[in-house]
Design a protein around this ligand. Structure first.
Ligand SMILES: C[S@@+](CC[C@H](N)C(=O)[O-])C[C@H]1O[C@@H](n2cnc3c(N)ncnc32)[C@H](O)[C@@H]1O
Length: 218
């Protein structure tokens, strides 16, 4: 197999319609739950990095302002169509690299990253950028699969990494080293169910230092 990286997968270009039909449907209920649980207040400014086709869009309350960014034009075209067809004037999308955000420091109250930290080539750099554009005390919200802490399952998922990279995501990112390297100050970290493969991580954007204070898993 060649040296393809997750973000270069055809899933986000040639197969964007397939992404929406398969993954969009699976991912939406999870994202709706997470977004509703945040109780985003009136007038909040929200950035969603790696927004893709806008799987999360129906879950955002109309009283906040959401900008979604992504590098894949085919994914964004689908997101734009949804915005147009649903008259979602509180949402817009822009083509932009999550590793080089074209926004001023402290521009947002929330920065969301759903199913994207294992797709970008440098997840730590992505979080650095998310923290820069998020205001102090704002929230960084991540939903993602991380490598299991169980030695056997962790070993197997890491071994699958070269395969899943071709499909469009990595499976070799471990939660705790990621939190430390990204200097995230964790408010809550949990799974939506015991068997869920996905972790929800809500960080408070502390610009001067950080701490690891995860709440017990649900
Ligand atoms: C698995 S999809 C997730 C899409 C959406 N967040 C969801 O939950 O359905 C990952 C997305 O990350 C985007 N992506 C990858 N690298 C990126 C980068 N450097 N900057 C912005 N978006 C990127 C891909 O184009 C793709 O749309």
């Amino acid at each position: 197999m060649g040296e393809i990286e997750a973000h270069e997968s055809k899933l986000y270009s040639d197969f964007a319609p397939f992404y929406d039909k398969v993954f969009g449907k699976i991912f939406y209920s999870r994202l709706r739950w997470v977004i509703e649980s945040l109780k985003i207040p009136q007038g909040a400014r929200v950035l969603e990095v790696g927004v893709g086709t806008g799987t999360s869009f129906p879950a955002y309350p109309r009283h906040c302002e959401v900008i979604g960014i992504d590098l894949a034009p085919d994914m964004l075209a689908r997101a734009r169509r949804k915005i147009r067809e649903n008259y979602w004037s509180h949402l817009k999308v822009v083509e932009m690299d999550a590793l080089h955000l074209e926004f001023a420091d402290d521009s947002f109250d929330y920065v969301m990253a759903f199913h994207v930290v294992t797709v970008v080539p440098d997840p730590i750099r992505m979080i650095e950028e998310a923290r820069r554009v998020c205001r102090p005390g704002g929230r960084i919200v991540i939903v993602n699969h991380f490598t299991s802490e169980s030695p056997l399952v962790g070993f197997v998922t890491e071994a699958l990494d070269p395969v899943t990279r071709h499909l469009g995501w990595r499976t070799n990112l471990r939660l705790k080293p990621f939190i430390h390297a990204a200097e995230l100050s964790v408010e809550t970290v949990y799974k939506l169910s015991k068997l869920s493969l996905y972790t929800v991580l809500v960080g408070s954007n502390q610009k001067d230092g950080y701490g690891l204070h995860p709440s017990p898993s649900r």
